[in-house]
Design a protein around this ligand. Structure first.
Ligand code: NDP
Length: 333
């Protein structure tokens, strides 16, 4: 059972020496337990936060522990009446080939309804983050303008598509011309602006057409958050979903300078964690799967192969080399 364990708390971007690649016997399920063979692991920006010590919305991964990660896989042994050999499940089994669970954190998934990878992406955690973040926290209304950063990514791509489904105007911010072209041509956003371009500010102003932003859905934080804060409409909502540009900082995070525009515009800024909506996941999955089935919502997965490639693949999130929901194939046969 090959596993990646946290060896040290990273300073800045995780290095090879922050990981330990280990191998143990495949475990045997105890009473009430289920053994799952992991097919795919979800690589998420949040994993960087879980490697830090300190208080957060979830306990940090301990030194020497298997790295926490969302997974989908197949039940290969079960002492739990709720799960049979051959069932497919999603759960937080971590970066390892086989994981044990008492079943409470497992959800059955159907590979005949959708490819397994989608349960880590569009109809999984990132899709639900977009759904509840935009509609509940952002309280997006018909006809509003939604600006979303990380627009070509797992969460952002879905935020813009739901905006269109709900009758809004979707403007994305993403890194590079290829990602922006995809966001507009394939996903149907009204516009997408490349933040790496020298003409970023002019392009953003042109995309907004002299109007402001009703919902800013922030996936990146930092300078882009500040730029968005300066463009809010009255009673705008700023959804703090994440701040990937700041996750590898080695100095404390500086707050946005334009926050007083929240006062001027009577706007609000609110953070959330997708787990807040766990009781409503059924509703969210149903909506996402229905729109996907109707062709209104597209998913794109970026699949890399091999557990041994975990450390290098994780870094793609922070260099922007992933194009779509980043997933690692763990199953070898
Ligand atoms: P993505 O699929 O969007 O992948 C990460 C992307 O972030 C990269 O491809 C890159 O895109 C962009 N990025 C990386 N570094 C920077 C930078 N310095 N400045 C601007 N953009 C950068 O990831 P997810 O969709 O999974 O996650 C998006 C955000 O949502 C993250 O902040 C994550 O932490 C957050 N999140 C929050 C949840 C919650 O419950 N609150 C749940 C799930 C995710 P590009 O090439 O465009 O730069």
């Amino acid at each position: 059972n090959k596993q990646y364990r946290l060896a040290a708390r990273p300073v800045g971007l995780p290095k090879d020496s922050d990981w330990e690649f280990t191998s143990t016997e495949i475990p045997t399920p105890g009473e009430g337990e289920v053994l799952v063979k992991v097919h795919y692991a979800s690589l998420d920006p949040a994993m960087r936060g879980w490697m830090n010590d300190g208080k957060s919305y979830i306990a940090p991964v301990g030194i020497g522990e298997v790295m926490r990660a969302g997974t989908v896989g197949e039940v290969v042994a079960s002492n739990n009446p709720g799960f049979a050999v051959g069932d497919y499940v999603s759960g937080m089994l971590g970066i390892q080939q086989y994981g044990l669970s008492n079943g409470t954190d497992l959800t059955k998934v159907d590979p005949n309804l959708s490819p397994l990878e989608n349960y880590l992406g569009g109809i999984g955690m990132p899709g639900l983050t977009a759904y509840f973040g935009l509609l509940e926290v952002g309280a997006m209304q018909d006809g509003e303008t939604v600006l979303v950063s990380g627009a070509a990514g797992a969460v952002g791509s879905i935020v813009g598509q739901i905006t269109k489904i709900k009758g809004g105007k979707a403007i994305g911010i993403a890194g590079g011309a290829d990602k922006c072209k995809y966001v507009v041509d394939e996903l149907g956003f009204d516009a997408c602006v490349d933040y790496k371009s020298d003409s970023f500010i002019d392009d953003l102003n042109a995309a907004l057409g002299g109007k402001g932003v009703d919902v800013y859905f922030d996936n990146v934080g930092g300078e882009i958050l500040d730029i968005a804060l300066a463009r809010l409409n009255r009673h705008a909502r700023v959804v703090i979903c994440g701040a990937i540009s700041q996750y590898n900082n080695t100095t404390p995070l500086r707050g946005p300078q334009n926050y007083l525009n929240l006062l001027v515009q009577h706007a609000r800024m609110e953070g959330f964690v997708v787990f807040d909506y766990i009781k409503q996941y059924g509703e969210g999955v149903k909506a996402l799967a229905t729109w996907h089935g109707e062709g209104k919502l597209k998913f794109r997965n970026h699949v890399e192969t091999g557990i041994e490639n975990f450390p290098a693949t994780l870094l793609k999130l922070f260099s922007g080399e992933n194009f779509g929901k980043l997933v690692l194939t763990i199953k070898e046969d």
